[in-house]
Design a binder for this molecule. Structure first.
Ligand SMILES: [Zn+2]
Length: 236
């Protein structure tokens, strides 16, 4: 299929959705993740970030909703396993409802591995600063979800499998987890996300910046792992 054909299909689908009248799937949720995190969950975030730094592998788990509304960690998965198990949140959270998932982006470990950086002077601090400025140039902050992460949250929500949260931790910053939760979305967004998923236009790594159209769909929060008082909500 050519790009032109893909674009035509997409535009046709968007038009159909508009004609039917897009039904809002979620609007202005007041749900916030930071209020639902427990000290145990924050400890678990930190553990997985530390393991990512040690092993260089992505790690993650589902965020399960407990009876009291607080979030807890489902089964942990590593590397390629994550792709498979994130499709089946019910296996990880069993009978509980699923908020979304948390996973790590191993930037620092990847750079060390990719360039085999073992030379003296290549301290974590120096490398982190270098990688961070590289990300900044691309418009990224270290804990920002990728476009794929955002699309997966949207599609999970469209399929009614998850509430639509994606939380990211990174070995560049051991103290923060950033969570994006869908606040408003309609079925036109579901179609657009689906079209992108089945006809990916670019390399879908974790270094693809969230596209402009997905950003306003999410509520964004930063969770401080070592302190409960400094948690704040921010908007981009
Ligand atoms: Zn990711």
């Amino acid at each position: 299929m050519t790009t032109k054909e893909q674009k035509e299909i997409f535009e046709h689908q968007m038009l159909l959705a508009k004609e039917k009248g897009s039904k809002p799937i979620s609007q202005h949720s007041t749900y916030t993740i930071k209020d639902k995190t427990t000290p145990n969950l924050r400890k678990k975030f930190l553990e997985e970030i530390k393991k990512t730094k040690e092993t260089g592998k992505e790690r993650g788990f589902h965020l399960c909703i407990e009876k009291d509304g607080k979030l807890s960690a489902g089964n942990t998965c590593t590397g390629d396993e994550c792709g498979i198990s994130f499709q089946q949140p019910n296996l990880s959270c069993q009978e509980r409802k699923v908020q979304g998932n948390f996973h790590t982006h191993p930037y620092l470990a990847e750079v060390r591995k990719l360039y085999n950086i073992t030379f003296k002077g290549a301290s974590d601090k120096l490398l982190s600063a270098t990688v961070e400025s590289f990300l900044k140039e691309k418009g990224f902050t270290p804990t920002m979800p990728s476009h794929k992460d955002a699309i997966d949250a949207i599609l999970g929500k469209c399929a009614n499998k998850v509430k639509g949260t994606t939380c990211i931790g990174t070995d560049l910053d051991m103290n923060k987890v950033e969570c994006w939760t869908i606040k408003n979305m309609d079925d036109g967004d579901c179609i657009r996300a689906l079209m992108e998923k089945i006809t990916p236009k670019e390399e879908d790594g974790y270094q693809t910046l969230p596209h402009d159209w997905v950003r306003p769909l999410f509520d964004k929060e930063m969770i401080e792992l070592k302190s409960t008082k400094k948690n704040y909500k921010f908007y981009i």
